[in-house]
Design a protein around this ligand. Structure first.
Ligand SMILES: [Zn+2]
Length: 204
């Protein structure tokens, strides 16, 4: 039941389709993709905006926070009127306005597990159904847990991090590459969040 591009969509994504590395097949792959974004902060909003606008068919957004005024300098998906409301709900409304063809599922719960062997049904299903998970969280506990379940459920993981003027990007493919826990053995746990250390907005 894979979807094909409508004529209208083929025109809309023409600037992609003329790129030989994307072509119609690439744009149709985006249309049929299901991408799960965990953490709708600086990284998550930037990723969600670009993926939704680029024609990704399904997004799942996971975050339990509400929008704060301190988010606005870099989380440009949100506006002043969104302060105090659920990040995933505010994001869904804005993303739907950008691309109403994008099917957006939201889960307003923290990414945590009662035990390291168990996830809530909504979180488990989100990872299981996704073609790729984007870890856009801001703490190592969530990162370790997301890594663990991506490998358990065989879902590719893209892990992003940003602090001060620096960024880190790591891609893990279960069965093919090392995992995020392997990468973590190479550096000390920073445990200074961007609240204490700061983050320069354009980095995200
Ligand atoms: Zn590993």
């Amino acid at each position: 039941m894979s979807k094909s591009l409508t004529n209208q969509q083929a025109m809309r994504y023409n600037r992609h389709i003329v790129l030989p590395k994307v072509d119609l097949d690439g744009q149709e792959a985006l249309l049929n993709a299901n991408i799960c974004i965990i953490g709708i902060g600086g990284l998550g909003t930037a990723a969600a905006t670009n993926l939704c606008a680029s024609g990704v068919g399904s997004l799942t957004l996971i975050d339990h926070d509400t929008v704060e005024a301190t988010n606005l300098p870099r989380q440009t998906l949100f506006s002043e009127q969104d302060v105090g409301i659920s990040k995933v709900e505010a994001a869904k409304a804005r993303l739907t306005a950008i691309n109403s063809d994008c099917d957006i599922t939201v889960t307003a719960e923290p990414f945590s597990a009662p035990s390291s062997t168990q996830l809530s049904p909504a979180l488990k299903q989100a990872i299981e159904r996704a073609d790729v998970v984007l870890d856009c969280t801001d703490n190592t506990d969530s990162r370790d847990l997301i890594n663990l379940f991506c490998f358990k459920l065989n879902t590719p993981l893209v892990s992003g991090a940003a602090i001060r003027f620096e960024g880190q990007l790591f891609v893990a493919i279960p069965g093919e590459s090392r995992c995020y826990a392997c990468l973590r053995t190479l550096f000390e746990s920073p445990d200074l969040s961007c609240v204490e250390a700061g983050i320069f907005s354009p980095v995200v």
